[in-house]
Design a protein around this ligand. Structure first.
Ligand SMILES: [Zn+2]
Length: 532
């Protein structure tokens, strides 16, 4: 049976808008006048979409769906704007979730770290609400956790314990842990103590995440932080048929474990052979931390710590060896680099692999790339690197104002040089980084265009770096398909491509870009079939 999308504006990045499309066998058979010519009213199903807007479904080039699903099962503190509100939510959750599950652990997120100057939250605040069970909350940057005294006690964190390499424990003047820990090396002192969740809980978390993304019009996403045990959750969720979107998963490696983890990662990649909807051919490297926690690696020292330029997680030679090793095994590199020194190191590593390993279509990804030195800007295009950027971060939000600007001064305004990047020929794709920020593409798409908070009337932040809505839309569709080596299949609506599309109630290109998030998704189709 064929489906005729009658009267709708058909939008596809790089093509002029057309009217109407004909779909057969899950693919696009014809668009515009050709579709109308082929339409057979006797046998085809006609959908009257007059006034509607049809666009390719979105991808998401960098997100953490399993973490988002797990977080959603804890206290709902995302978006709360005061400490008392957060504490009240922890109390409500504790009252309604008895202590006999998960050994009583309460784990959730993501709180706004900018609520406290400097971002140090104290264990004693939670203790007043819950003191008999361990509580762990992730901050919105997900490079920081806030815990109560019970959690510190279980992990054995005292004033005597030194900071682990690459991580930090916030302390009082006497050296006692305050209750805030930064970077995975320190966070893991606590997170490693949390009991393993049941496979049913884990599959539920993935099912939740997949539905959530689908309802925002996202039909394929990257999971950019896959630890040991997580690939098996994907496989189980696939077998139980609860995944409604496609996934591309990135195995996380560290300087300490990449050599010994290599065999396991290759075996886990093979688990997905023959499964078209899950790809497992990417490896994630963390080159540095985050600007908000003062751990991103910078070329010049932090303004508030003149002796300190952030943390480079890898020695150069170790990163080069690791990236080259997995590249030779056919994996795509997905390198987290936020500060300009980390971005340079990531580019150096990618340059190195192209000299060590045979030429091939490798499409390495540097994710975040918030600060790029002028010297390094042309290297992205020269090395074929995809910059995966987070559109919803491109306005002056509370984190920038309160936590980042005091740390990096004038460099705060040099973040997200989108116009410069486009001019330098950088291949850009978007990622939400959900649950760090919202998973909604429609909320985020307009931000790089107007450089303000969605819906606000404030003046743009660094307006000269603003881009067009057409550019922004491509970065959330065709460019993510490109990042995932799927540009001939999804991300555009052209003849022969899979009929993955969304139907919007109005044309966002005829709206004020600040209001695009008010558009409504009326339907999401996957392979020509309604998915919601
Ligand atoms: Zn991320």
């Amino acid at each position: 049976m064929r489906l005729f999308l009658d009267g709708a504006t058909i939008y596809s990045p790089g093509s002029p808008a057309r009217r109407g499309a004909l779909i057969a066998n899950g693919k696009i058979l014809a668009i515009g006048q050709k579709a109308l010519d082929l339409f057979d009213s006797a046998t085809d199903t006609r959908l009257d979409l007059t006034g509607k807007f049809v666009a390719p479904s979105f991808g998401d080039g960098h997100s953490h769906p399993l973490f988002a699903g797990r977080e959603a099962a804890g206290p709902a503190v995302t978006g709360l704007t005061s400490i008392p509100e957060i504490l009240a939510e922890i109390g409500r959750f504790a009252d309604t979730h008895p202590a006999d599950r998960n050994a009583g652990w309460i784990v959730g997120g993501a709180y706004e770290a900018a609520l406290v100057p400097g971002g140090d939250f104290e264990a004693s605040w939670i203790d007043e609400i819950v003191s008999d069970r361990p509580v762990v909350l992730h901050a919105a940057d997900h490079h920081t956790i806030w815990v109560n005294s019970k959690a510190l006690e279980i992990a054995g964190i005292t004033s005597q314990m030194p900071d682990p390499d690459g991580g930090s424990i916030a302390r009082t003047t006497s050296g006692a842990p305050k209750g805030t820990l930064r970077e995975p090396q320190a966070m893991n002192l606590i997170l490693a103590k949390i009991p393993t969740r049941t496979i049913d809980d884990e599959v539920d978390a993935l099912a939740y995440a997949s539905q959530k993304l689908l309802h925002q019009g996202v039909t394929y996403t990257n999971d950019s932080w896959v630890e040991p045990g997580m690939a098996q959750i994907y496989l189980e969720a696939y077998k139980r048929k609860v995944l409604d979107i496609d996934f591309n998963i990135s195995f996380l490696v560290s300087p300490e474990n990449w050599r010994e983890e290599s065999d396991r990662i290759c075996k886990e990649r093979a688990l997905f052979d023959g499964i078209a909807s899950i790809n497992a051919s990417s490896v994630k490297f963390l080159a540095d931390g985050a600007l908000s926690s003062g751990t991103a690696a910078l070329l010049e020292p932090y303004d508030d710590q003149p002796e300190f330029s952030g943390i480079k997680i890898w020695e150069d030679s170790e990163l080069f060896d690791a990236v080259a090793h997995f590249d030779a095994l056919g994996f795509q590199a997905h390198i987290h680099a936020i500060g300009d020194r980390a971005v340079r190191q990531a580019l150096d590593a990618i340059e190195e692999i192209s000299t060590r390993n045979p030429k091939r279509d490798r499409r390495p990804v540097i994710v975040h790339a918030q600060l790029i030195d002028d010297v390094d800007l042309p290297r992205f295009a020269a090395l074929g690197v995809i910059a995966n950027m987070q559109p919803l971060w491109m306005y002056l939000d509370p984190m920038n104002k309160k936590l980042i600007a005091p740390r990096i001064g004038y460099r705060n305004d040099l973040q997200y040089r989108m116009r410069d990047m486009i001019n330098a020929g950088v291949a850009i794709a978007y990622g939400s980084d959900w649950p760090i920020t919202s998973e909604s593409p429609l909320l985020a798409l307009g931000v790089p265009v107007h450089r303000t908070e969605p819906g606000s009337v404030e003046l743009p932040w660094q307006e000269d770096q603003a881009i067009t809505l057409e550019e922004s839309w491509a970065f959330y569709t065709s460019q993510i398909a490109y990042q995932n080596f799927r540009e001939h299949e999804v991300g555009r609506l052209e003849v022969g491509m899979r009929a993955d599309f969304i139907i919007l109630n109005q044309n966002p290109f005829s709206m004020n870009p600040r209001d695009i998030h008010k558009t409504e998704i009326e339907a999401v189709y996957k392979a020509g079939v309604p998915a919601i």
